[in-house]
Design a protein around this ligand. Structure first.
Ligand SMILES: Cc1ncc(COP(=O)(O)O)c(C=O)c1O
Length: 401
């Protein structure tokens, strides 16, 4: 006996990658292998994290409240207000914010919150950009919705245009996932695009889920956010939920600390749902997270490290493999012709692990997988190690493909 919806899930990309790479034996010894397949920040976490975590050890003896603490919700509301220059009364931590144990679990659980058994008498849809962060697909499938993939390709500026979905898909839409800056392409949805997406969500009564976990890793200017777009539309948060976390911003993916902010009615319902089975943040983690959201200096140091690596990447790979400098995030999205073949060669000849882009996408109506020509390369290691990997990558891609 099992939930047969599980049968609709595909293998997670990293399992597919392991199977692909198992067919090769790297020429270089283990000590020289470099994993650039996973978006796991490797920069040193800020020292203030350790100080904050060490305070009040008796708090480990408390069950954490599902909605966190007023102090946590207040710190997040203040950060959002500062970051997006919002009117000071727009975000009320107690009404609009909940803590989440990293944004991943909450992006998944959001479908439990938003997908009804039927919409307009039919199976609901979930709009997903293609390529996409795999959690969106799993969330749709496990909640009985039909995932509808909307191209986020070079032709669409690497962001989906949800207004281009069929009227049937839009009528049945329960939610739409938007990722800005996008994983894997690094492109940012402009304020205008975000406003249009919110208006579309309100027109068709679906929830816009804006996944903004790369918002603080940007190149020259801070990306706009969906809450900023709500402000530009008059300040109402209806039909909008924004997800963010400290994982990338503060290089603490192991802390499992994030938040969801948006529509007060949905936040109240999410709190009710999460009381039944949501992941919570321990009180010492909530307190350490406040210290991190209140500090920007470690974030700007973090950004500088990524910028320096993109400078190196531009020098080493510029003019090759469709290299472009992304607006945000820490991935290269390189057009190598055949992503699987390139990933195999990079592992066999250079001990470098990258993710074939096809594993992050689904074939379109013409049967073409928009990720197939690409590899995704995570620039998460320190600068010298990253530069060494990119040099090796260039040599191998120039000679082996
Ligand atoms: C697009 C995207 N969303 C969400 C997440 C989840 O991150 P976390 O759960 O650490 O907040 C990731 C992590 O890699 C991601 O790439």
């Amino acid at each position: 006996m099992h939930n047969t919806r599980l049968d609709g899930l595909t293998e997670y990309p990293f399992q597919r990658l392991n199977a692909l790479l198992a067919t090769a034996t790297p020429e270089l010894p283990v000590g020289q292998h470099i994993a650039m397949s996973i978006g796991e920040p490797q920069h040193t976490p800020p020292a203030l994290l350790h100080t904050a975590l060490a305070q009040n050890p008796l708090d480990w003896g408390k069950y954490p409240p599902t909605p966190g603490t007023p102090e946590f919700r207040g710190a997040v509301a203040s950060w959002i207000t500062r970051r997006y220059h919002l009117p000071t009364t727009m975000i009320d931590g107690d009404k609009h914010v909940l803590p989440v144990a990293g944004s991943r679990e909450a992006l998944f659980m959001a479908a439990q919150l938003c997908v009804p058994p039927q919409k307009n008498g039919k199976t609901p849809t979930v709009l997903v950009p293609n390529p996409f962060y795999q959690v969106y697909f799993g969330a749709a499938v496990m909640n009985g919705a039909e995932p509808v993939f909307v191209p986020a390709t070079k032709d669409t500026g690497f962001q989906p245009d949800y207004a281009s979905a069929s009227s049937d898909s839009l009528d049945r839409a329960a939610m739409a996932y938007l990722c800005t800056p996008a994983n894997p392409q690094g492109t940012v949805a402009t304020l205008e695009k975000l406003k249009a997406a919110i208006q579309l969500a309100r027109k068709h009564d679906f929830v816009l889920i804006s996944d903004e976990c790369y918002s603080e890793i940007y190149d020259d200017k801070p990306p706009a956010g969906a809450l900023e777009a709500c402000a530009a539309l008059g300040g109402d948060l209806r039909n909008v939920l924004v997800f963010n976390s400290l994982s990338k911003r503060s290089s603490v993916p192991g802390l499992r600390s994030g938040f969801v902010c948006g529509d007060a009615d949905l936040i109240a319902k999410f709190n009710k749902l999460r009381a039944h089975g949501g992941a919570v943040q321990p009180v010492p983690v909530l307190n350490a997270s406040i210290a991190l959201w209140n500090d920007e200096s470690h974030v700007s140091e973090n950004r500088s490290l990524y910028r320096a690596k993109f400078d190196d990447a531009a020098q080493i790979l510029g003019g090759r493999f469709g290299f472009y400098r992304p607006d945000g995030g820490f991935f290269l999205w390189l057009d190598v012709g055949d992503g699987e073949k390139a990933a195999h060669a990079l592992w066999a000849k250079g001990g470098i692990k990258v993710l074939p882009g096809g594993y992050l996408a689904r074939p379109d109506s013409a049967g073409r997988n928009p990720g197939q020509p690409y590899i995704r390369v995570a620039l998460v290691h320190d600068r010298p190690r990253t530069a060494e990997a990119l040099q090796r990558m260039r040599r191998i891609l120039e000679t082996s493909l």
